[in-house]
Design a protein. Structure first.
Length: 179
């Protein structure tokens, strides 16, 4: 569930809002660090691109590259515990929290998460409907959905997957499950 390790020249160009040719020229001149694949293609670490931008005072277009997680759970204590565990495995991730379906819907549109953790067993939360909505909407269907369940029952896991969940985690969630 980690962010992509290496970026292509086209992805770096999009991040830095320049052309891919400019990225290749900068790499040839040694201005931006790149590794070369066995096939002769350049790849860039996200951290190197961020450092390059910072050194040169450039703004990154990170909307599509930053990992943004939305946690949806009516239990604010469980929300915070999960947020803390996620932060301990990836300090750079952005996290927003929602307590109900309405708040989740608003944050889906404004925060634009790349991943959502949703407690499907939370009372008063329309978790399965939220999952189905995400997978039906063209602008949202790429979001990685992690269903959070209170117990591992095959029927519940199957229902979560049929609603659109990409992964299922069982409470209590351990940090090792988030890597």
């Amino acid at each position: 569930m980690k962010q992509k390790s290496y970026l292509t020249p086209n992805e770096v160009a999009e991040l830095l809002m320049v052309s891919p040719i400019t990225i290749r020229q900068w790499a040839q001149k040694g201005l931006i660090h790149a590794v070369t694949t066995a096939g002769g293609h350049r790849r860039f670490k996200f951290s190197d691109v961020k450092a390059f931008a910072r050194q040169r005072g450039l703004t990154l277009n990170t909307v599509d590259f930053e990992k943004r997680i939305l946690i949806v759970d009516s239990n604010t204590h469980q929300q915070q515990q999960l947020a803390d565990k996620i932060k301990s495995t990836d300090a750079e991730v952005e996290i927003e929290q929602a307590e109900d379906g309405f708040d989740a819907g608003v944050k889906l549109m404004t925060f634009k998460p790349t991943q959502i953790f949703i407690n499907l067993d939370a009372p008063d939360l329309i978790g399965y409907d939220i999952c189905r909505y995400i997978k039906q909407e063209p602008d949202l269907k790429a979001i990685d959905i992690v269903a959070v369940l209170s117990e591992e029952i095959a029927e519940k896991v199957k229902l979560a997957e049929s609603a659109g969940a990409n992964h299922c985690l069982i409470l209590p969630i351990e940090e090792t499950q988030l890597e």
